[in-house]
Design a binder for this molecule. Structure first.
Ligand SMILES: Nc1ncnc2c1ncn2[C@@H]1O[C@H](COP(=O)(O)OP(=O)(O)OP(=O)(O)O)[C@@H](O)[C@H]1O
Ligand SMILES: [Mg+2]
Length: 337
């Protein structure tokens, strides 16, 4: 199996370097009861440090199993950089993701949103600070058990040089032989008819890499999908994992045409109802219904709250929203649908 990448780095090689032994010394920051998300609504951070605090007490490392998420995920003063001497990407961020809620991350290119996703999936550990799952430090948890509870659509999702069936079923291997689950996932992102019209349906190879010159004109030997169709494959792969505790969607609609993006955001909105999810999108109309929107310019949380609260606050988010809405306006002021 030879994966081809849709973007930057593979899931297991997202860090350019592993944290140093010193940085890997663990310390706990979980120190008390769960903080109510409402008490943090539309807050403005005042953090102004240029480097993280020194580690305090190391904690024992006993890998624990991971229970279903009940309270939520909490980040405590998380600092992160991709290696010693590299610039800080996250600078003391501390959003909470309460169970059953959708938290949206908003920020300009390079703000650190996808980096936060790599920490939530524990592909990297924070350089300083901590993440906790129902109060248990991420670093005390079994990484495989943690990831088994998370379903993610990565911004740089994988395009495997395998069949359509295999590309989707990799989200949850038992589905490989379960056509009803595969077609339900593909149907949810309007991909089922595209796949059934391929030369070998779900068993069509989604690559032409393995072909000889003589097969070049034979579409039955493998096809190439468009970028938007690949994005649907990636979303369908994640939807197969709909029993997971945390769903992370990093720019799930960026490669889709306007109609498909609207439709898929609508479908994902339905799927997120009552579930814990993190949504990242530059399309602010897609994030406005999130329970909380965290605004993250340059690795710091500067605002968080509901769409209405942030608009009323007239800060960073409101400015971005007005800029985007302006692009959709004719003479009469109207926000994007
Ligand atoms: N694997 C990596 N190694 C080194 N630096 C990285 C790596 N991945 C990201 N970065 C850097 O970290 C910073 C934040 O990147 P990140 O991908 O988290 O931003 P983002 O908010 O998701 O941006 P976008 O909106 O463009 O997706 C950028 O400066 C980027 O160059
Ligand atoms: Mg990103």
């Amino acid at each position: 199996m030879r994966p081809a990448r849709g973007g930057r780095a593979s899931a297991t090689s997202r860090c350019s370097s592993r944290p140093s032994p010193a940085a890997r010394r663990r310390w706990r920051t979980w120190s008390g009861p769960w903080r109510s998300p409402t008490s943090r609504c539309c807050s403005t951070t005042t953090t102004a440090r240029s480097s993280p605090p020194r580690p305090t007490s190391p904690c024992p490392r006993v890998p624990l199993d991971v229970s279903p998420l009940r309270a939520g995920i909490e980040l405590r003063d998380v600092w992160f950089r991709y290696g010693p001497g590299k610039p800080w990407v996250l600078r003391g961020v501390d959003p909470t993701i309460p169970a059953g809620h959708t938290v949206a991350l908003v920020g300009l290119n390079g703000a650190g949103k996808s980096t936060l996703v790599t920490l939530l999936c524990r592909f990297c550990d924070p350089t300083s600070g901590s993440l906790s799952w129902d109060g248990a430090d991420y670093r005390d948890l079994r990484a495989d058990a943690l990831r088994g509870r998370i379903a993610t659509v990565f911004q740089d999702f994988m395009r495997y040089e395998l069949t359509a069936r295999e590309n989707i079923a990799l989200g949850d291997l038992p589905a490989m032989e379960d056509s009803s689950r595969l077609t339900a996932a593909a149907g949810a992102v309007r991909l089922h008819h595209t796949i059934t019209s391929l030369p070998k349906g779900y068993d069509t190879l989604l690559t032409r890499t393995f072909l000889d010159q003589q097969d070049d004109d034979d579409p039955e030997t493998g096809v190439l999908l468009s970028g938007g169709q690949w994005q649907r494959v990636a979303i369908a792969r994640t939807l197969l994992r709909n029993r997971c505790d945390l769903m992370i969607l990093d720019e799930p609609g960026s490669g889709l045409d306007a109609e498909a993006e609207h439709e898929i955001h609508q479908r994902l909105r339905e799927l997120r109802q009552g579930r814990t999810s993190v949504l990242i999108s530059h399309r602010l109309s897609a994030v406005r219904e999130a329970d909380a929107i965290v605004v993250l310019p340059q690795g710091r949380v500067v605002e968080q709250g509901s769409h209405d609260a942030l608009m009323a606050a007239g800060g960073h988010y409101a400015r971005l929203f007005h800029i985007q809405a302006g692009g959709y306006r004719s003479d009469t002021a109207e926000a994007p649908a």
